[in-house]
Design a protein around this ligand. Structure first.
Ligand code: GLN
Length: 523
């Protein structure tokens, strides 16, 4: 196995993740098979308990791993399917070492950071790097490892030491260290200053690691792949990079002139990172339709009646934006903040024939709205927001334990069976009988209310194999009103957009019917 390690210096937020993913893309374009590992030196065992406000979106993998959003970048850039073990955290490492200690596996020895923690890190990296992630058999040629944080942080010291040891054990020609650093530009003349980078390289060297390449922001093409391949002794087997698809996609994007307005009505609208995969999935779908996405973020609470009195300008602006949009998307979320506003947005979309896609919470919202407005059940609710509601239309339906927060979620890839071949979503999924998508939720549509909802016109066109879990809803009387209990955004790829996002954008621009007809004829 050849390793490319990407570290960061001076400040965070320089784009280590994008640098590491891009290196992976270029190596893949040279004909090599690439996998990746992200190291997060925090004590949380995984990202599942971390707030999207603070840490950006929690990305969900097929195996149910709740991981750092950088793994989403790797899956999208490299078109791979990663495992939860591809995200290493300090918490996971310590947990594994402490479990061994409790079992008595250390045979009475004193358990220490060096060598026990560092050995655990090395073993983890070596065993995860050989897991095939690209659908082919056998290990990849190159494993790109991104070390989170900044060199010099106390948190990352055991990882640096483990990686130093790894660099020795695998040997010179199997290890390439790329250090991403900052070159600040000072003063009116705009002089580039290298001193902070010099210090950070010195810090790395003091810890026993010497970078082979420095990645600093620059506009020049310097053929970095050549230096990396040379360091890894791969020049003889690699071909010149073939980046035609990527270049074409980037050029298409740069030359798009028409845009489509998408209203995103959510709780965490201040930070695009909180919904990163949704934003990327919209981008993939829009580019496929030769459109530029123009995402209007609406804080759901601004739509609520209360805000009309408290913050009338924000209320008016939010409604103005919503009414200007060609489609509405309500993404996933937890907790009751903004829920009333989301219900108003779903109602507006339903009543005005505006294309609507509700994801996870967004699907639950549309069921609550429908029950209230159409069935006249004014207090219909999810038991997540009102435990005492007389009409629980969305209820707690855990797969695992009912008492332990950590294991009550329905997580990862699950199968949805289409109930009717002629529904819009099944057509969008190329008339497949089923679809496997990723989940992350505790609540679901109450199976006891399906009958009345369906009679009133809301159809549940996708269910799990037990028939008890509602996965996809549609409103056939509406041009495009779709709710899904899963998160289609996690499996969307550049050049291969998620069918549901594509459906939303096609509907928003009046192209859905033509597309479905063509699809029908070609299949
Ligand atoms: N809070 C809801 C649930 O747990 C929705 C979760 C989500 O949107 N990811 O079911």
């Amino acid at each position: 196995m050849k390793y490319v390690l990407v570290t960061g210096g001076v400040v965070s937020g320089l784009g280590k993740g994008v640098t590491a993913s891009s290196i992976g893309v270029v190596l893949k374009a040279c004909g090599l098979r690439v996998t990746s590992i992200k190291i997060d030196p925090y004590l949380n065992t995984d990202a599942g308990t971390m707030s999207p406000f603070e840490h950006g979106e929690v990305f969900v993998l097929d195996d149910g791993g709740e991981v750092d959003l950088d793994l989403g970048n790797y899956e999208r850039f490299l078109d791979v399917t990663l495992t939860r073990d591809n995200n290493i955290t300090t918490g996971k490492i310590y947990q594994s070492v402490l479990e061994k200690e409790r079992r008595g596996d250390y045979l009475g020895k004193t358990v220490q950071v060096v060598p026990h923690i560092t050995d655990a890190i090395k073993t983890w990296i070596e065993s995860v790097s050989v897991i095939p992630v690209d659908g082919k058999e056998g290990p990849a040629d190159v494993c790109v490892i991104e070390l989170g944080g900044t060199v010099g942080d106390i948190e990352s010291m055991p990882f640096i030491e483990a990686l130093r040891q790894l660099s020795f054990s695998v040997g010179q020609e199997n290890f390439c260290l790329i250090h991403v650093s900052l070159i600040p530009v000072l003063g009116v003349v705009g002089e580039q200053k290298t001193k902070p980078t010099q210090h950070s390289v010195r810090e790395l060297r003091a810890l026993g690691l010497t970078p082979h390449l420095l990645a600093c922001r620059s506009a020049e093409n310097q053929n970095a792949h050549h230096s990396i391949l040379q360091q890894l002794n791969l020049l003889s087997i690699a071909r010149p990079p073939d980046l035609r698809d990527w270049t074409k996609m980037a050029e298409t994007y740069d030359n798009l002139t028409n845009s489509v307005r998408i209203a995103m009505v959510g709780k965490y609208v201040g930070l695009a990172d909180s919904y990163l995969s949704v934003v990327k999935a919209l981008l993939h779908a829009c580019v496929a339709c030769s459109l530029k996405p123009s995402i209007d973020w609406i804080a759901a609470s601004d739509l609520e009646d209360d805000s009309a009195k408290l913050i009338p300008e924000a209320h008016a602006a939010a409604w103005g934006t919503l009414k200007n949009a060609a489609c509405v998307l309500v993404p996933g979320g937890f907790g009751d903040r903004g829920v009333r506003g989301m219900i108003l947005a779903a109602k507006y979309a339903r009543e005005n024939n505006v294309p609507y896609l509700g994801i996870c919470l967004g699907m639950q919202i549309s069921v609550i709205e429908f029950a209230r407005s159409v069935l006249g059940l004014e207090r219909a609710d999810s038991t997540e927001f009102d435990a005492q509601t007389p009409n629980p239309v969305v209820i707690f339906m855990p797969e695992g334990s009912r008492t332990h927060m950590g294991s009550t979620m329905r997580l990862g890839s699950r199968r949805t069976l289409f109930q009717a071949p002629d529904c819009t979503t099944s057509k969008l999924y190329h008339n497949s009988e089923y679809v496997d998508e990723r989940h992350r939720h505790r609540y679901e549509v109450n199976p006891d209310v399906i009958g009345v909802l369906e009679e009133a016109g809301l159809k549940f066109v996708g269910k799990d194999d037990s028939g008890r879990r509602m996965e996809i809803l549609e409103l056939p009387s509406h041009p495009f009103y779709v709710g899904v209990q899963f998160h289609p955004e996690f499996k969307s790829r550049p050049g291969r957009p998620s069918p549901l996002f594509l459906g939303l954008i096609l509907a928003a621009t009046g192209q859905l019917e033509t597309y479905l007809d063509q699809n029908q004829n070609s299949s």
